[in-house]
Write a protein that binds this ligand. Structure first.
Ligand code: GLA
Length: 434
């Protein structure tokens, strides 16, 4: 991304505005909804999950390295460690659907497919834990899972117990084959059983995905009290169309959703598909930028054995991750659309001196095929700091601007269907050089 700006003069400025802004941020934190109090997911969960990339591939004869088996998860755990993902904060390795045997055991417990998980789930969890990672699993509140394996209906207590025994740290609890109108009651009951195990288990719920897609507005107060994260909307597919449709749904509904984002409870727009077949490099930057600005869980679904380095760099980008993991947990919002380019903003944790940093994400949905130069000012985005900001374009090397004032035009040359993430750090008050 290219940008340009004008330099101004030396300035001496008072900090009254900063104090006011600090107060406003504190107030907005205090009005955030109180959520599930299991002490987990204080920042958006980060990890790896099989579903988008490997789906329900169970044919291990023909696809031994890609089928849903213990080998796949062990291999991914190894790469989480060796390729820097764990160091960057990606800690959960999560099995999605299709790990099950079609029948429960004689005691009514879920069991894994014996050929694909010959040593059982506990030994896989142990392996993952031995790497310093955490272990997640999938189940479904209804009669069946979405792929037709046994559901947890009428077995909630025993399933919660089994997961705790296996050493599960994260449960993705889906909602296929259940009644979407009353589904929340089942999730709330499962929460009770999970808590009763005394094992800390991050609880990922899907009930809004089933209600919202049936034109029913979910009860987000109950969600934030019950679940650590929740899938609000459609499944992600490996395409720009899917990513942009999901982003558009979240921005359309942002006023309803944003108040419920915060430490311990997160809106979840679904997996990161960066590094697969469907998105260009620029589109991958857009997904990482918007997921970071939305404080969305960062759950990758990609083959870590073969991902290209340039895509891995996006997933591992430290500044994007720190925007995503900002301790305030504010879900950023779309504030301006100009020439088919959407601009989102997110206040970050104020510094100790009370100064307020921001992140800004841009997403271009222009399909005209050439870079487009967009101009905007911080004032247009309701961002101000009398002292000015330093600006960093996080996916571009050497693109730091030392000094930007509120009314100065910032220009970016946005690639078509792509994105950018900018971090604005307030400049210390007093003498400002430009
Ligand atoms: C649903 C979920 C997906 C995935 C599949 C598994 O569609 O939304 O994320 O878990 O089920 O069958």
């Amino acid at each position: 991304m290219l940008f340009s700006h004008n330099f101004s003069r030396y300035l001496q400025i008072s900090s009254i505005n900063m104090t006011l802004k600090f107060f406003m941020i504190i107030m907005s934190v205090l009005t955030v909804v109180n959520g599930l109090d299991n002490g987990l997911a204080r920042t958006p969960p980060m990890g790896w999950m099989q579903w988008e990339r490997f789906r329900c591939l169970t044919d291990c004869d023909n696809y031994p390295d890609e089928c849903i088996s213990h080998k796949l998860f062990r291999a991914m755990a190894d790469h989480m460690l060796s390729d820097g993902y764990l160091d960057a904060g990606y800690e959960y390795v999560i099995i999605d659907d299709c790990w099950f045997s079609h029948k429960r055991d004689n005691e009514g417990r879920l069991q894994p497919d014996p050929d694909r998980f010959p040593y059982g789930i506990k030994s896989l969890a142990d392996y993952i834990h031995s790497k310093g990672l955490k272990f997640g699993i999938y189940a479904d509140y209804g009669i069946f899972t979405c792929a037709g394996y046994p559901g947890s209906l009428n077995h909630l207590e025993i399933d919660a117990h089994t997961f705790a025994e296996w050493g599960v740290d994260y449960l993705k609890f889906d909602g296929c084959y259940s009644d979407y109108i009353t589904i929340d009651k089942g999730y709330i009951e499962m929460d009770k059983y999970l808590n009763a195990t005394d094992r800390p288990i991050v609880y990922s719920c899907s009930w809004p995905a089933y209600q919202e897609s049936n034109d029913m507005e979910s009860n987000y107060t109950a969600l934030a009290q019950t679940c650590n994260l929740w899938r609000n909307w459609d499944d992600i597919d490996d395409s720009w169309e899917s990513v942009s449709e999901i982003i558009s749904w979240f921005s359309t509904n942002q006023d309803r959703l944003a108040p419920f984002s915060g430490p311990g409870h997160w809106n979840d727009p679904d997996m990161l598909i960066i590094g697969n077949y469907g998105l260009s490099l620029e589109q991958c930057k857009a997904q990482m930028a918007i997921w970071s600005i939305m404080a969305a869980p960062l759950i990758m679904s990609v083959d870590l054995r073969t991902i290209d380095a340039e895509f891995r760099d996006i997933i591992l980008n430290k500044e994007a991750i720190s925007v995503n993991q900002d301790p305030l947990g504010i879900m950023g919002r779309l504030v301006l659309t100009r020439n088919k380019i959407n601009i989102w903003t997110k206040p970050l944790q104020p510094r100790e001196d009370g100064q307020q940093p921001y992140a800004i994400a841009l997403m271009s949905n222009r399909t005209d095929g050439y870079p487009y130069k967009i101009g905007f000012t911080l004032t247009e985005l309701n961002i101000t700091n009398p002292n000015g900001f330093q600006m960093k374009d996080v996916f571009e090397k050497n693109n730091t601007l030392p000094f930007i004032t509120d009314d100065e035009k910032i220009y970016l040359r946005m690639k078509p269907t792509g994105g950018a993430l900018l971090v604005f750090t307030p400049i210390e008050e007093q003498l400002i050089v430009v």
